[in-house]
Design a protein around this ligand. Sequence first.
Ligand code: FAD
Length: 432
Amino acid sequence: MSKVIVIGAGPMGLAAAYYAARAGHQVEVVEASDRPGGMAAHFDFGGLSLERFYHFCCRSDVDTLELMAELDMTARMRWVETSMGYFIDGRLHRFGDPISLLLFPPLGPIEKLRYGLMAFFSTKRSDWSRLDQISAREWFIGWCGKRVYEKLWRPLFHLKFYEFADQVSAAWVWQRIKRLGNSRKSLFQEELGYIEGGTQSLVDSLVGAIERLGGVIRLNTPAKRIVIEAGRVSGVEVTGGDILAAGNVISTAPLPYIPGLLENGAPDLADVYRGFDNVGVACVIHRLRRSVTPNFWVNISDPAIEIPGFVEFSNLRPTDDTIVYVPYYMPASHPKFTWSDKALADESFAYLQRVNPALSELDRVDSHVGRLRYAQPVCDVGFAARIPPFITPVAGLMIADTAFYYPEDRGVSESIKFAKRMVAALGDTTGT
Ligand SMILES: Cc1cc2nc3c(=O)[nH]c(=O)nc-3n(C[C@H](O)[C@H](O)[C@H](O)COP(=O)(O)OP(=O)(O)OC[C@H]3O[C@@H](n4cnc5c(N)ncnc54)[C@H](O)[C@@H]3O)c2cc1C
């Protein structure tokens, strides 16, 4: 068995390290940040350990559930009946099940039928090859008509992807609809899950299991360079100039960082990873004295509200105060990305007040903003053909991030599943 260095201690990196250690490899994880967990990491929100970015599980998250069973954590999964709201034309409506669709005033009868058929057939479909070839915009208009697209979907896309909105592939959106559409107790009742103690519980268990298997996790240790000699990987140079030697390297760092790791050593390979667009996120978390709505999600379509929605997390995981996440997804070049935390918190709170005018300044307890420069790959039309093979031409080197499991959207379970695939391929990375 060989030495494996894993770059990144997010869910994919930790799962890769765990499965590799379990298979008998000697494992070392290098993580740039001061904590493990990546996008799923927690922070201390005034004594409450909470995800920096909201995290829920779906019934279809089989790889998370399997891993939790292996780590003796099954009893820590909690399933909760949740609901979705839509704030549109100045009013909050229930949304996301057949009855609420029938009662949804913004759509006419034919539009409701078309929308319902799209949602129903999305959960049944499995072949996505044609959807990879068209944009989400074309797909929605084809199913539901231009008016419904403009009213319901365009605001959501444009306030997440901005200049990339019209390029997003239908396959990516379809997969999201399918994942959520299948996480239901019945046709009429959505059901989502959370891990007791949050995703940190899973991260902590993984870290413990890796260490028990003899693995080492180095925090505050950014990889600077993947060292390649004669077409084979020989290690990773970390900050400070130390070179950690290894015959295998699995990188799980977001793709935009990869060219920098390969430039000195494999410039041609570095070029393969350029040109993958990502949007960032500045995610505001409000701690409030009162609930905003009874829903877990609220989508928003309102010209005066520049967010696509918010997540009232305490309607999933019970907490003493109300916890609401307001994610501002945007390219990092967008002016709002550099707004102060206070400006984002004030603006988003004013938006919450529009949805629930009973909210007052007195209800605000605290707020926090988590930022990521690369939070969501832009999976555009024809994306499947653009994803490089995760087994690179350099012997011993594998590279992947959340874009590699397209059309599935980034998710903890999907990252765990992909990690298993990479570990299974450890013996195959002979290079070309
Ligand atoms: C706002 C938001 C909400 C989300 N909600 C959900 C949800 O509800 N359910 C769900 O399942 N998923 C959700 N996700 C997605 C989920 O968090 C990701 O799919 C998952 O964390 C991806 O794991 P990963 O290990 O592949 O990548 P990451 O979590 O991005 O981990 C990559 C790691 O690499 C590290 N790194 C980067 N560069 C270097 C370097 N040079 N050297 C060493 N380390 C490096 C990073 O610091 C990071 O820790 C959400 C994400 C966001 C942003």
